[in-house]
Design a protein. Structure first.
Length: 429
């Protein structure tokens, strides 16, 4: 089969890498891809926003199946465009993608289908939102969460512990800091607990969770510094034990599926549920309608069966027939980033040590990399995902860092404590 993967991050690199292991694959294309993806797939210079151009490419090149990585083309309606041309594609359509694209759409869906989540109010002007925030703090809440309603590349959320920073953020939303995404804001109760990521395949009839994982959103060790797209991940997440898995399935995933069916949403792809495990049980922080990154790097490193087979069955509405084989190994992904990320950073520095890192047995997935004069250089904020497996979380962490230590470019940085929660649980056993 000819496959087209859409996107250019670490997520799309592992998707290409894993799909290429399938005996059904003849050729993989990736639009637009990056320097690492170029080793697995032929990279095509079409931006993810050019839906018709992508569909033209798929028709001309006899693409049998298209896998969409990022949320933006899904929210723009890529699946609708491809379906209208008779092309097989993995992902939800434009309306269903609102589960990620609009936080109010997602909140209404959760309320309607009894999916546990934080209480929230929706506001269309700063005055009312700020009045609500000030009242909550006067009532004694410990924190409040402000969310710009639309897609804001992970930046439109603030967890505030005082009224002033909350109201400043509300003001900046309505002053256009996040473009039209900030025309409406959600003000949400702050939840406390441990976060986990649940990725599940859904074809509208069946929902099947993948193994659990946990992301590290803050830039610096000890969960300090600003929020990022994710600085590292590991799988499994011990906070999601057998009992918690059953509760998540019953209270969240089964209700999600019921909602998809009753609302007649076209959802044949992956639903990524961000969860806070609170003292009152798991509550949903957000839905995303695509694989989480770097979570997907940790999760798919543990998949020992054919990814293409299960994705095709999901797209065909035959997910119930699919089988997945997971390794009992643990996996860890350490993200290496450009100095300054998530704020401004310099690009174009040569990356060295990639072959030495690969020789350790780890797999290095590329995100923001490019080829310049035959050399691989940093070209984005998050640059590499160094991903290793081990018999225990400790072994996986050691292997991932042994490989990470071999890679270098000017000003690069990474967190030294990926997996710390799982490790301390293991130590306390
Ligand atoms: P979201 O884009 O809605 O997932 O928010 C991004 C991040 O903000 C989450 O991964 C959490 O770390 C944090 N967050 C979001 N909502 C809440 C909440 N209600 N309580 C505490 N933290 C939250
Ligand atoms: N790692 C979080 C995300 O992909 O949104």
């Amino acid at each position: 089969m000819n496959i087209l993967v859409i996107g250019s991050g670490g997520r799309e690199h592992i998707l290409c890498w894993k799909l290429r292991q399938s005996r059904m694959v003849k050729k993989i294309y990736c639009a637009p891809g990056n320097a690492g993806i170029a080793r697995e797939a032929e990279c095509i210079d079409i931006p993810v926003s050019k839906l018709e151009q992508l569909a033209d490419f798929a028709v001309k090149n006899a693409i049998d199946f298209t896998v969409v990585g990022p949320e933006a083309p899904l929210c723009d309606g890529l699946v609708d465009v491809f379906k209208a041309r008779g092309l097989k594609v993995f992902g939800p359509d434009k309306i269903a993608a609102q589960l990620e694209g609009s936080k109010t759409f997602a909140k209404d869906f959760m309320r309607k289908y009894n999916i546990p989540t934080a209480d929230a109010g929706t506001f269309c002007n700063a005055g009312e939102a700020n009045e609500f925030v000030n009242r909550k703090f006067r009532e004694g809440v410990k924190g409040i969460v402000i969310k710009a309603d639309g897609l804001a590349a992970g930046k439109g959320v603030l967890v505030a512990y005082d009224a002033k920073s909350a109201t400043d953020f509300v003001d900046s939303c309505f002053e256009g800091a996040f473009g039209s995404a900030g025309n409406r804001v959600l003000v949400e109760e702050c939840l406390f607990g441990e976060e986990a990521s649940i990725l599940a395949l859904c074809d509208g009839k069946t929902i099947v969770p993948l193994v659990s994982s946990q992301d590290h959103k803050r830039a610096l060790d000890g969960d300090l510094g600003p929020n990022t797209g994710g600085m590292g991940a590991y799988s499994p997440a011990p906070v999601v034990d057998e009992k918690m898995t059953a509760i998540i399935k019953r209270d969240i995933l089964d209700n999600f599926l019921r909602g998809v069916q009753q609302e007649k949403l076209y959802f044949r792809g992956i639903i990524f549920v961000g969860i806070m495990v609170t003292a009152d049980g798991p509550k949903v922080l957000e839905f995303n309608v695509r694989f989480g990154d770097p979570e997907v790097q940790a999760v798919l490193r543990r998949l020992d069966s054919d990814l293409l087979d299960v994705m095709l069955k999901t797209a065909d509405g035959r997910l119930a027939e699919a089988e997945m084989k997971w390794s009992d190994d643990h996996s860890v992904c350490v993200v290496m980033a450009s100095g300054g990320y998530p704020d401004a950073y310099e690009k174009g520095f040569e990356i060295t040590g990639l072959d030495d890192a690969a020789a350790t047995g780890a797999v290095v997935f590329h995100a923001g990399t490019a080829l310049k004069d035959g050399k691989i250089v940093n070209a984005g904020g998050r640059v590499l995902g160094v991903t290793a497996r081990g018999r225990s979380i400790r072994e996986a962490i050691q292997s991932a860092y042994a490989a990470t230590g071999k890679i270098h470019w000017k000003d690069c940085f990474y967190r030294k404590d990926i997996g710390h929660r799982a490790l301390s649980r293991e130590c306390n056993k």
